[in-house]
Design a binder for this molecule. Structure first.
Ligand code: GDP
Length: 303
């Protein structure tokens, strides 16, 4: 496979991105930006950053931020009695400064994040899904709050009553995203949260149509391993959206855009690959990436 496009959130998708980088020539990751937040005077893009840090082999083992980062800025803010609810390591903050300076100079989010990718010495492209702001708001326990507040102040705990994607109707996929999709040999929907990571990408006006219009096969990898989400609040969001916590549930959720599904259990879909989808080690990630691309090629041949 020459050109592969991966749609991704920050954890499951990012791990698969790292595997794909080993086995394909030209990788473009389209990352969710509906979790972006402005804090401490900088623009933070959690999902594009996580993907970039995974691709740079620099992700910390806590699952976010940079390995071996220090916390002097957060400590100084705390000592000064300033709010520091959103934690950013010093080097992580430096990446956000690079992005923010470019945004202030009038560059697009796509251009600004490309500078972060460059700074991390990553070869693949990591494209924010849109240059327009889209914000996920979450209704839980009688209040509707921005996504990061739900995750950090409320611990990401369900039940979730509602999800709003604010700004969506005024947003569009960037030209770079549409071009990558049109030129791809395969499109992979990563094993990310289908509601708040992949959901905002697919909901962008025109994005799903572009997946159907292009020549590339579209395959999804289920984020459920042994019928459970491994990490994060995927389960309460799926429950709220009526998505069953199974390969069949994922196949149904993406039925309008996918040609096939990869999962660790049968899904009932006409085209499926049942395999081990756990990505603990570099070998796991590369093996799954290779199997996903072989599966996409076989699905593409019969499309
Ligand atoms: P977030 O933005 O950090 O919440 O990350 P994502 O939406 O990209 O990913 C969350 C999902 O990744 C969870 O539903 C996990 O089950 C899934 N995930 C994490 N690690 C793995 C893995 O090794 N294999 C698979 N199949 N899914 C994984």
């Amino acid at each position: 496979m020459d050109s592969v496009v991966l749609l991704s959130g920050g954890t499951g998708g990012a791990k698969l991105a790292r595997g794909l980088a080993d086995v394909c020539d030209d990788l473009t990751v389209v990352a969710n930006t509906a979790d972006d937040v402005d804090v401490y005077g900088v623009h933070v893009s959690p999902d594009p950053d996580l993907v970039t840090y995974w691709l740079a082999d620099a992700i910390d083992e806590r699952g976010w931020g940079l390995e071996g980062d220090t916390w002097q800025v957060m400590e100084a803010l705390a000592a000064a009695g300033q709010q520091h609810w959103f934690r950013l390591g010093d080097r992580d903050l430096a990446m956000c400064l690079i992005r923010t300076e470019r945004l202030r100079a009038g560059e697009s989010l796509t251009q600004a994040h490309a500078a972060v990718v460059d700074a991390m010495d990553v070869e693949a492209r990591v494209l924010p899904m849109s240059d327009h702001p889209v914000e996920t708001w979450v209704g839980a326990r009688g209040r509707t709050v921005p996504f990061q507040e739900f995750m950090i102040a409320q611990g990401g705990e369900g039940p979730v009553d509602a999800v709003e994607l604010r700004g969506l109707e005024r947003a569009a996929p960037s030209d770079a995203v549409l071009q990558a999709i049109a030129l791809a040999d395969a499109i992979v929907i990563g094993p990310s949260n289908p509601v708040i990571s992949i959901g905002p990408i697919l909901a962008l006006p025109g994005l799903s149509e572009s997946l159907r219009a292009g020549p590339a096969p579209v395959v999804a990898v289920s984020p459920f391993v042994g019928g459970r989400a491994l990490k994060g609040p995927t389960e309460p969001f799926c429950e709220q959206a009526g998505i069953e916590l199974s390969a069949a549930g994922i196949a149904r959720a993406y039925r309008d855009v996918i040609d096939g599904i990869v999962a660790d259990e049968p899904s009932g879909a006409a085209a499926e690959l049942v395999t081990d989808t756990l990505m603990h080690t570099p070998d796991d990630r590369a093996r799954l990436a290779r199997e996903v691309l072989d599966f996409a090629a076989s699905v593409g041949a019969t499309r």
